[in-house]
Write a protein that binds this ligand. Sequence first.
Ligand SMILES: *Cc1c(COP(=O)(O)O)cnc(C)c1O
Length: 397
Amino acid sequence: MPGFELFGDTERAQVNDVLESGVLMRYGFDGMRNGHWKAIELEKALAKRMNVKHAQLLSSGTSALTVALASAGVGAGDEVIMPTFTFVASFESILAIGAVPILVDVDDTLTLDIDAVKNAITEKTKVIMPVHMCGSMADLKALKSICDQHELLLVEDACQAIGGTFEGKPLGSYGDLGCFSFDYVKTITCGEGGAVITNNETYKLNADHYSDHGHDHIGKDRGAETHPFLGYNYRISELNAAVGVAQLARLDEFLAIQKKHYAVLRMALEDVEGVTFRRVPEGGEESYAFLNFFLPDETTTKKVHKSLGDAGVDGCFYWFDNNWHYYRKWEHLINLKSLGKLPQAVYDQLPDYSKADFSKSDHWVKRNISCLIKLGWTEVEVQLRADKMAEVISSLV
Ligand SMILES: *Cc1c(COP(=O)(O)O)cnc(C)c1O
């Protein structure tokens, strides 16, 4: 997955353009910038690549999620349905705007379980936020139909699956809004950065204003601009955007490498007894950022995970015990340990997650191992890794 593995001359040249003009800000300073508008260039290129009308760059994937929700008018007391298996950014972005994160189970897709979503809907639900974890997607068709039926927004977190598709559409473009992260370990990186994509012009304008203190961006004098509504600062810098311009141009090259490496590892594990693979919903194609598989039980899975590490097969994750990606270790959320007070709606409406039953998620996640697909491996390295994985697993299952 990490695009930083293949940094090269194009990234350097893009950053140099910005350093030579000295304009590190994405807005204003027209005369000084030698025609370089890296953030705008990246927004145009991203919208084109994702086949949508609009893209808004932001300072991170977490800000992208926050701005996506805010730009669609989600706010205090609104409930947002999200999975138990994701990164903490999901509930952080929801809490940031005073909304309430409603956790629901995942299934063998390692993303939102459709029945669990249906059961979680109340009159306060405003958004369903699937997270396309580890390179593959939620069943977007089923989720879209639930959203249509209940008049909910579909906001896709595609931070870990950029380049994957569903029914031929790029992940992130299927819902009302889609979010990407370009942090340092993602498939393409800006160092720090993120983006919202949408076909909805109002959301785009809202995102554009909201992420820059409410600036309406009309005219050439920043100080004279008006502020139609309250905003915040979630801007990206030109330096970060410049790296992204170079990296986005290489996305398809990176995806092809991921797919090739994934195929070798998958083939080696296909015939290993006891190994099953994560379900990809019908109509979906993974980004191949990770290879995800299940083993027969928790004890075996833990043993295999440890033995893979001992055998030098790095980059394999056992999320069930992870502090950041699975609800079991989110005691700061469960106990609402915030620095200051949270909005009253959060205290009133947040379910008591210390008593929640997510055994359905546990059933899948405790038997899952996810292996990162790296870009920099040589063919020989991938084959050695594949052979070693098959050997380790066969010996323990
Ligand atoms: C990385 C990530 C984010 C947040 O992105 P940052 O740019 O690190 O803020 C959000 N959701 C998922 C699923 C992620 O993997």
